[in-house]
Design a protein around this ligand. Structure first.
Ligand code: FES
Ligand code: FES
Length: 187
């Protein structure tokens, strides 16, 4: 007599454990931006550009290439222009950060901002914050720059619209009109 086949009991389907969200480690950082201290809790891998734009809502610095090629994210770090897309925010502890939002004082545009407007050096404006900060750093170091110095100073800032000539003229003109950028430093 044939034996009855044993049928294997199906094991009940196991519930997949819910995927654990990776814990994001945050660290406390105080960033000094345009003379104001901001106490933040941020992930250590975040860029200065991201923190400025997202956490501090300072959207003047632009996200262009994200890899250090275009200069649209330029800010000043201890007075020197840097690509903020390449700088970790946590590395800026104890340093002075300046963005385009800090150039105007009491509603008065800085001389180089006014000169950009007077010379028609702004078209779409995407490059303008970076151009203004690179120019500001130059004018502080060299109050009367020539065309070659200006071109060198803005060589890391790409502009798709103006052809650069009007930007160069605007910066040179500030130097020729008494370099108030430099004077402002000594006030
Ligand atoms: S966005 Fe930083 S260099 Fe282009
Ligand atoms: S004004 Fe448009 S990129 Fe420079």
């Amino acid at each position: 007599m044939a034996k009855a086949k044993k049928t294997a009991k199906k094991a009940p389907a196991r519930k997949k454990p819910a995927a654990k969200k990776p814990q994001s480690l945050k660290v406390p950082v105080t960033l000094s931006v345009n003379g104001v201290d901001h106490e933040l809790l941020i992930e250590p891998q975040r860029t200065l550009l991201d923190v400025l734009r997202t956490d501090l809502e300072l959207t003047g610095a632009k996200h262009g290439c994200g890899v250090g090629e275009c200069g649209s994210c330029t800010v000043l770090l201890d007075g020197a222009p840097v690509n903020s897309c390449l700088v970790l925010a946590v590395m800026c502890r104890g340093r002075q950060i300046e963005t385009v939002e800090g150039l105007a004082i009491d509603g008065q545009l800085s001389p180089v901002q006014s000169s950009f407007i007077e010379h028609g050096a702004i078209q779409c404006g995407f490059c303008s914050p970076g151009m203004l900060l690179s120019s500001t750093a130059l004018l502080r170091a060299k109050p009367h720059p020539g065309e070659t110095e200006v071109r060198e100073a803005i060589s890391g800032n790409l502009c798709r619209c103006t052809g650069y000539q009007k930007i160069v003229e605007a910066v040179v003109a500030v130097g020729q009109e008494g370099a108030p950028e430099a004077a402002k430093e000594g006030e």
